[in-house]
Design a protein around this ligand. Structure first.
Ligand SMILES: O=C(O)C1=C[C@@H](OP(=O)(O)O)[C@@H](O)[C@H](O)C1
Ligand SMILES: C=C(OP(=O)(O)O)C(=O)O
Length: 747
């Protein structure tokens, strides 16, 4: 049924003028469309109130005549009263009308409709708005209650598509985000996310209220009690109906919860600190992960909802870098350590793990697939590996936040599992190309559905047998090569991936560390399927990509002398050092050593006068993540610096060529974008100004470094994502000698 383009209004009858029914009517009244809103309720005073508040324009006390006038009938009565209303509707002419409801349990509604009508009518669209309040009644009704809230519709196979689109449209008019879901899935999900917490709140308050000390308990109840029990003020009749209406799913989730509680109790009895800390930490990270997943944005931004993504860095001009710093763990190695540790037999202990959002997203994804992971606690993570075939199907999509590495590498692993998986990410990741991994994986026998243009989400079918391929990669990407090697562990025969040039080789090194053999022949890496991984200990060195900001900082800030300790100097990652040395930088590697298969050194940097260069093509993949800050170095160098062969920069967390050119120009630098690089004519100071990081962590940090040579304050917008790779950047930068503050929330 389409909304007609005639002047006649659409007649909408709301049956049950409580909080939800009243708010539905009020929201439609205010949306500017041509609706005639009618209200029916068994309580006359509710009808009168709804009319006098202007929530409906017609109060109806005769059900039959109200239904005869209605085009849409919205049933908003308590769950257990639904069958009665459906029974009354059965005897009436419902031709051309659309019926919908707002009940919290869809299974019982569908069953009642089946019992009453013989089969669920095609024009019945079951619905459930995920919004409410602990207040009830028509006086609590509020236009805007559903704005930006989710509404779940659970159409059946025989549901009339035009009825479904009309109901979808009405909820959209209320400002809601409408999703469709299977009836059973809806009830299971809601049992866990809504029904269980409500029952717990009711039960806790009831238990404490029965305590003889209750006066004092309630008088001194602090924030935790208030937060936890707010929903115990909800409508008892409604929750009685829900408890009985969705009893199977609720009992299952209550049992699961009770099991967790018994565990927790036991840990306290036994003074088992390890178990208590592990539970609390798992819960805390999961809470942060879910919060940002729901918002599809950075964790830090969700910590303070009022600030949204609007974290601004404010960097004051000048500064000198002195002393010693240790940057956080390597992001590439951290991702891989979780993946291989999870699939290994036995316990893998990781030290120096990067507690940044990207690697935490990988960690959470493996927890979601049933892997028991302790920590991170001061960089230590303990993974109880489940073996090559031990992952379990996750209950929902795996959310990978901002992390391209996580999505591309996991695409390889997930293509070989027995179950279906969907990989999703935030706005930035959702716009990055995935066909570079999807195409060869499909060639190996994987089945993967992407969104338009080969973008995420990736819907990966389980139960496929993969076959080894010999793949010539079109771009120098470690993510593509690693993805194919990981898939290759599960494929029949040999899988080879040849990169056009040198790419980072952490996967090769780590596979060797886990006892999985592979052949490396220059840029061609081959792996034989069917092997095993044996757990190991991993010491993650500091991330040279994070150290790069301070290497450039100490180079361009006069009088600096900085020591960066325990930094990974894997030769496939040191392009930034080679390029800066070609420009004249004073960088010395001290105390070079090998730690767990990776080279590590302390890096001493003293200020130097830089000159512009043509960046050698062969160094480009070895410095691919460091170009944002290298452009800052180039702006400080005398003469022209030219970069070519770096079109990959256009498909990182932002288009890093455009983001950097825009920012450099805004700060008075002569910079020009090329299709695959940039020309910078350097040697002048940056002027004061504001730049947009476009939510890209490396752009944000690069412009902080520019402030060392600026004539005034540099403001950098949209910096929350710095937490993806460098969670303590502001603290370390300030300690090293920059004057940096944040507006919004603390990074
Ligand atoms: O394999 C990895 O860990 C990474 C590879 C690089 O991406 P490409 O493979 O797209 O070059 C790099 O930019 C990314 O930050 C991490
Ligand atoms: C490109 C980067 O990471 P990813 O591809 O994992 O998002 C980066 O950290 O600069």
């Amino acid at each position: 049924m389409e909304l007609s383009k005639t002047d006649a209004p659409l007649n909408i009858l709301v049956v049950g003028l409580g909080l939800i029914g009243g708010s539905f009517a009020a929201s439609l009244r205010d949306c500017g469309e041509n609706f005639h809103l009618m209200g029916f309720d068994l309580r006359d005073e509710y009808i009168e109130e709804a009319v006098s508040l202007g929530i409906v324009s017609e109060g109806c006390d005769d059900f039959e005549s109200a239904v005869s006038k209605a085009d849409v009938i919205q049933i908003s009565v308590p769950m257990l009263a639904m069958p009665k209303v459906l029974g009354q509707l059965k005897g009436l002419d419902l031709n051309g009308k659309v019926i919908t409801d707002v009940g919290s349990c869809k299974g019982s509604l569908v069953k009642a409709a089946q019992d009453i009508f013989g089969q669920v009518p095609e024009n019945l669209v079951p619905g459930h708005p995920i919004a409410g309040s602990e207040k009830s009644g028509v006086t609590a009704a509020k236009s805007g209650l559903f704005k930006s809230h989710k509404v779940i519709l659970t159409p059946l196979e025989n549901t009339d598509p035009s009825a479904l689109s009309l109901i979808r449209y009405l909820w959209q008019c209320c400002g809601a985000q409408v999703n469709a879901m299977d009836v059973q899935r809806h009830d299971e999900v809601l049992a866990m996310t809504s029904h269980l917490p409500h029952l717990l709140a009711f039960s806790l308050v009831d238990t404490l209220a029965g305590n003889p000390e209750n006066q004092d308990i309630f008088r001194y109840a602090a924030g935790g009690f208030r937060d936890f029990t707010r929903i115990a003020g909800s409508d008892p009749v409604m929750w009685h109906d829900i408890a009985l209406g969705n009893s199977d799913a609720i009992l299952a989730s209550l049992d699961q919860f009770s099991e967790g509680l018994v565990h927790l109790r036991q840990a306290i009895v036994e003074k088992d600190s390890k178990s208590l800390l592990a539970t609390f930490e798992r819960a805390r990270t999961a809470r942060q992960h879910f919060a940002s997943m729901l918002e599809r944005r950075a964790y830090m931004a969700t910590l303070n909802e009022n600030q949204g993504d609007s974290v601004t860095f404010v960097a004051q001009p000048g500064g000198t870098l002195k002393g010693e710093l240790r940057v956080p763990g390597d992001k590439s190695i951290s991702h891989r350590s979780i993946m291989l540790g999870a699939l290994a037999e036995g316990e893998t202990i990781i030290d120096g793990f990067l507690e940044g959002e990207d690697s935490l997203a990988t960690l959470q994804a493996f927890r979601d697939m049933g892997v028991d992971i302790e920590g991170p606690h001061d960089g230590r993570v303990v993974i109880h590996g489940v073996g090559m075939q031990g992952l379990k199907p996750p209950v929902g999509p795996l959310y990978l936040g901002n992390a391209g590495t996580a999505m591309r590498l996991m695409a390889g692993l997930m293509s070989a599992q027995r179950f279906d998986v969907t990989l999703t990410g935030d706005q930035s990741l959702s716009s990055r190309p995935m066909d570079r991994v999807v195409n060869p994986l499909v060639e190996m026998g994987a089945e993967i559905e992407t969104a338009a243009g080969g973008r995420p989400p990736l819907k990966i079918k389980g139960g496929k047998s993969l076959k080894g391929i010999d793949y010539e990669m079109p771009m120098a990407s470690a993510q593509v090569q690693s993805c194919l090697l990981l898939a290759g562990m599960y494929a029949e025969g040999e899988t080879s991936a040849t990169a056009p040039g040198v790419v980072r080789d952490h996967t090769n090194r780590m596979l060797t560390g886990f006892g999985y053999p592979l052949k490396v022949d220059n840029a061609r890496v081959s792996i034989q399927g069917g092997g095993q991984l044996s757990s190991t200990a991993i010491d993650v060195p500091g991330d040279i990509s994070s150290a790069a900001f301070f290497i450039v900082a100490a180079t361009i800030a006069s009088g600096s002398d900085l020591l960066l300790t325990h930094v990974g100097i894997n030769p496939t990652r040191t392009g930034v050092i080679s390029i800066l040395q070609l420009m004249g930088a004073d960088i010395t590697l001290l105390n070079e050593r090998e730690v767990g298969g990776e080279l590590v050194a302390d890096i001493r940097v003293r200020s130097a006068i830089l000159k512009g260069i043509d960046i050698p093509l062969k160094l480009v993949p070895l410095a691919i993540d460091e170009f944002p800050v290298l452009f800052i170095a180039a702006a400080c160098a005398e003469g022209t610096t030219t970069l070519r062969g770096a079109a990959e920069l256009r498909v990182k967390e932002s288009d890093r060529i455009q983001s950097m050119v825009d920012g450099l120009v805004a700060l008075g630098i002569d910079a020009e974008a090329l299709v695959d690089g940039m020309v910078i004519r350097g040697g002048r100071p940056f002027c004061a100004g504001t730049v947009d990081s476009h939510g890209d962590h490396r752009i944000a940090m690069a412009f902080v470094i520019a402030s060392l040579r600026s004539q005034g304050e540099v403001r950098i917008l949209d910096c929350a994502h710095v937490a993806t790779s460098f969670p303590n950047f502001v603290r370390l930068a300030s300690r090293a000698g920059l004057t940096l503050s944040t507006e919004g929330i603390q990074a």
